[in-house]
Design a protein. Structure first.
Length: 562
């Protein structure tokens, strides 16, 4: 059976249910939101029941014009409203419209919940969710996941899943299994991080991304919505260098695929600007392992995999644009390149050997409709020009200005920025122009460490300017400080721990030995910078509790550069 409307509305009113953004949480539950989804729920359940009667509209639905300010929670919501209200060819209003904005009482008498034509949910299935008393849980109810995610209800995509599992009967329904590893990963997101310290779901997710067959290849709708308007017909990211694809698996999970562009032993040329550097698949893999070792848990689970570009991309994609960029090289290797306004030539292609291609697979976060995220400019953003400089690069007291601006003036946002700077310095990533965070957890939620593919480019160079937030503000979380000191001990040396962790990946060795040794060298530079701050201001002012940054004086911090 499908989940009833009352169950959905109860979840919407639940303190852990979907309430959109920080502002909606502060304002409380919106009754219009409840009324809107009451109509949507009954309409969806009655669609198949009325399809046979010849009606050309969804009768059991609230008048969409009763909610003129309703946010577009779904792609194509405006088109849906048009279908719900104006469906007759003569342009007249639906004659079955009732004066009440609620579902039609006349039709409700004989409405029964019908199985979705594309998806069923087992009645005996229960999904373990975090405790109701735990305010830190993200909580993504399964009914909302089904109703709010159109891709799961796509009949075309459902057909692909049936074919993958050899379910030839057109009446066979493929259930969304609550034990799916990607779903358990989503349910485990909390205020503390993307996953708990000991999470069996993450181990299963890494294994599934490594082993499951792909059923489609596409471009990320979530990423387009997050970054703003774009050409929605594009299948690959509009850049020849930054080629990324979204691969979907037989369990409804999906992952971001980044192909190998640079060999492990190759270093980024020193004349390259950071904003034109290659994106490295092994950097994404290594960044996930380092993030977990540092106990940040802010990088989505990432695993390496050998992809057959012919069988697992070309043959499963339905998009003609992506199909058109495949070709066979003179060496008889299957290659493809990005379809984009610039750098879209065969010399920028990625090629299999002849069909197999290394790449990284990063697990997707929950949809933006279910778990909204903010993309915020980094206060220490770099100048993306050949000769310009940002204020922080010329003003050693820049942190004073940042600390006067909300939310860096209170809470732990500034401490999280410094954690991110430490992480980026260790991997050598200079391209952190924005950071993202879940709106559900408020202003003090953790920062997501996404897009780490420009790390691990030069093992012979340490870019100390990445540490500017630490050296200019002279504060650090106590837990971060203790963890860094532990990883400097001989028995827990960072390079040794990373080497052992990376051996679990199918593409091991992920990093060359010089990159591993560079981690130890950079860790000593971080510890040295913190000790300079402690010598100047004292440990009580520099080493902060994780939730309250200290108000250390900053008048003479110009001398604390590394």
């Amino acid at each position: 059976m499908l989940v009833a409307c009352g169950d959905l509305l109860g979840l919407l009113q639940h303190p852990g249910g979907l309430q959109g953004s920080i502002h909606q949480e502060r304002a409380g539950f919106n009754p219009k939101f409840k009324k809107y989804w009451a109509g949507r729920c009954q309409a969806a359940s009655s669609l198949s029941a009325h399809r046979s009667t010849g009606h050309r509209s969804w009768e059991a639905i609230s008048d969409p014009r009763d909610f003129p300010n309703m946010p577009a929670l779904l792609p194509g919501t405006s088109r849906l409203r048009e279908k719900l209200w104006h469906r007759h060819s003569d342009g007249k209003e639906n004659p079955l419209r009732r004066t009440s904005p609620r579902c039609s009482p006349g039709l409700s008498r004989h409405l029964t919940l019908q199985p979705s034509p594309c998806l069923s949910f087992p009645s005996s299935s229960t999904v373990p969710t975090p405790s109701d008393s735990d305010p830190r849980a993200l909580r993504i109810p399964i009914p909302c996941l089904i109703l709010l995610t159109p891709c799961l209800l796509s009949c075309r995509r459902h057909k692909l899943y049936r074919e993958e599992l050899n379910l030839t009967s057109p009446a066979t329904l493929l259930p969304l299994r609550p034990e799916a590893s990607w779903l358990q990963f989503h349910l485990g997101i909390s205020r503390d991080g993307l996953y708990p310290r000991s999470s069996p779901a993450v181990s299963r997710l890494l294994r599934d991304m490594r082993d499951f067959s792909t059923v489609s290849a596409d471009y990320s709708q979530d990423e387009k919505a997050l970054l703003g308007a774009c050409d929605c017909s594009q299948i690959v990211k509009p850049s020849g260098v930054h080629l990324k694809l979204v691969l979907r698996f037989q369990d409804f999970g999906k992952a971001m695929f980044k192909p190998m562009r640079q060999k492990r032993e190759e270093e980024t040329p020193e004349d390259f600007f950071y904003f034109v550097d290659f994106q490295r698949h092994n950097a994404e893999i290594a960044a996930f392992h380092l993030d977990r070792i540092l106990d940040f848990r802010r990088v989505p689970p990432t695993v390496g995999r050998l992809i057959n570009v012919t069988k697992e991309i070309l043959e499963v994609t339905k998009n003609e644009v992506l199909q058109s960029v495949f070709f066979v090289s003179p060496a008889s290797n299957v290659c493809f390149f990005a379809k984009c306004p610039y750098m879209c030539k065969t010399e920028y292609a990625v090629c299999g050997n002849p069909h197999l291609l290394e790449g990284s697979l990063s697990a997707f976060l929950p949809s933006l409709n279910l778990a909204p995220r903010l993309s915020i400019p980094n206060p220490w953003i770099r100048s993306y020009s050949f000769d310009g400089k940002e204020e922080w690069e010329v003003n050693p007291l820049y942190c004073d200005t940042v600390k006067e601006i909300y939310p860096y003036s209170s809470g732990n946002r500034l401490l999280n920025i410094i954690d991110m700077a430490i992480f980026d310095f260790l991997i050598g990533n200079m391209d952190r122009h924005h950071y993202e965070m879940f709106t559900k957890f408020g202003d003090d939620g953790f920062l997501l460490h996404l897009d780490n593919a420009r790390g691990f480019g030069r093992h012979s160079h340490d870019e100390t300017s990445i540490l500017a937030p630490l050296t200019q503000c002279c504060i650090i979380k106590r837990m971060t400080w203790l963890r860094l000191q532990l990883l400097a001990e001989p028995e827990y040396r960072l390079s040794d721990v990373m080497r052992e962790s990376l051996l679990q990946d199918p593409l091991a060795p992920v990093l060359t030995e010089p990159h591993l040794l560079a981690l130890d060298r950079r860790l000593q530079l971080i510890l040295g910078a913190v000790r300079k701050c402690i010598d100047t201001y004292g440990e009580a002012r520099v080493v902060a509790n994780d939730t309250m940054p200290p108000g250390a004086p900053t008048s003479d911090r110009a001398k604390l550069s590394t």
